[in-house]
Design a protein around this ligand. Structure first.
Ligand code: NAD
Ligand code: IPM
Ligand code: MN
Length: 351
């Protein structure tokens, strides 16, 4: 576990507690090792991602449970770039799977929409695009300054994420894949997306596939989210559309994500950041981290435990045993304790 900064340090221990409750019940062996990588260490020692960290995680661990990074004392956000983007890139976690699932009708801001209407998966490319950090300044801090940020898209990178989206749809009995880009303006980078999409979709005649420009997708997903099962898009657009999606399903406090390289050590985290505006108050919603943990357990092949976590979250929402962002009055730790008990009760009820 890498709790990180801010509310990452508050929600991650709650998720670990719930995982431990569920896995203890089924006697699954699971061992957590905690790493203190984050702003404090960076400011104290100048170390963001320690030397050898990537190899260690890859060779000695099955999964990483991540909190969030970001601290007002590090305005450059350099440590977050090194640690979070560093792990995404260096572990080659090319899939960022961000489910948008309404778990209780009252949580959506959309009028007349219910649980059955809001259930889709955003598959975000996670290793390329505008995130690679290629670029530079020219005449910095002068009136003639120029800043360049390159959008890097490889054929292999685009192909593997689009293919993953189709495979995800097929394996989950979903019928529709929507690829979203901005090829009308980004005439090189997203022309490549267009061409690759047209080739790959031919292999998936059983899936109904279509394309929407990202601006239209942002509009359509709000107008009628029922249209979508799987959305695949580039790194930056995936970042934005997943926050939009999160809000349709109750907000950032609830949204989970999985950074995956199939078959390899992968990283699981809530979609939200370190939320400095509420950090230290004990009111951060731990449900996003718990749902990310469910994705992690499922990735490890532990379906019953993953189900117990999800059921516990649903029960908390039903009974309104939630933090203030969802309209409740409970504290982070209270919700964590409640979920841990509920996860166990769940199994007892099943057996
Ligand atoms: P944020 O996600 O931290 O917060 C956005 C808003 O949502 C805030 O009002 C916050 O209070 C609320 N919120 C977020 N998570 C919540 C939770 N679990 N419970 C209750 N409310 C919650 O985004 P931001 O404010 O734009 O960014 C803050 C810092 O986090 C920045 O440094 C940013 O770079 C970083 N960040 C990191 C990650 C990550 O580590 N994966 C993701 C997003 C932002
Ligand atoms: C996310 C975050 C990160 C991203 C930031 C912290 C670099 O917003 O995980 O969604 O943009 O990928
Ligand atoms: Mn984001």
């Amino acid at each position: 576990m890498i709790p990180g900064d801010g509310i990452g340090r508050e929600v991650t221990p709650q998720a670990v507690k719930v995982i431990q409750a569920a896995t203890a019940t089924t006697k699954r062996p699971i061992e957590f090792v905690e790493f203190d990588w984050g702003a404090d260490k960076y400011l104290r020692e100048g170390i963001s991602l320690p030397a050898g960290a990537v190899e260690m995680l890859r060779d000695e661990f099955d999964a990483v449970l991540f909190g969030a990074l970001g601290d007002p004392r590090v305005p450059s956000n350099q440590h977050a770039a090194d640690i979070l983007l560093g792990l995404r890139f260096k572990l080659d976690l090319y899939v960022n799977a961000r489910p948008v699932e309404l778990l209780h009708d009252r949580l959506t801001p959309l009028r007349d929409r219910t649980e059955k209407d809001i259930r889709l998966m955003v598959i975000r490319e996670n290793t390329e695009g505008l995130y690679v950090g290629v670029g530079g300044f020219f005449k910095k801090d002068t009136a003639d300054e120029i800043a360049v940020q390159e959008d890097v898209n490889s054929r292999k990178g685009v192909e593997r994420i689009i293919r993953y989206a189709f495979e995800y749809a097929r394996q989950n009995g979903l019928k529709r894949v929507c690829m979203s880009d901005k090829s009308n303006a980004m005439t090189f980078a997203h022309d490549l997306w267009q061409r690759v999409f047209k080739t790959v979709r031919q292999e998936y005649a059983d899936i109904d596939s279509r394309h929407l420009y990202i601006d239209t997708l942002a509009m359509e997903i709000v107008r009628d989210p029922r249209q979508f099962d799987v959305i695949v898009t580039c790194n930056l657009f995936g970042d934005i559309i997943s926050d939009l999606g999160a809000q349709l399903a109750g907000g950032l406090g609830l949204a989970p994500s999985a950074n995956i390289h199939p078959g390899e050590t992968s990283l699981f985290e809530p979609v939200h950041g370190s939320a400095p505006n509420i950090a230290g108050k004990g009111i951060a919603n731990p449900l996003g981290s718990v749902l990310a943990s469910a994705m992690m357990l499922e990735y490890l092949g532990w379906k019953p435990e993953a189900g117990a976590l999800r059921n516990a979250v649903r029960a908390a929402l039903r009974q309104n045993y939630v933090t203030p962002d969802l309209g409740g009055d409970k504290h982070t730790v209270e919700v964590g304790d409640w979920l841990a008990k509920e996860a166990v009760t769940n199994f007892v009820a099943q057996t």
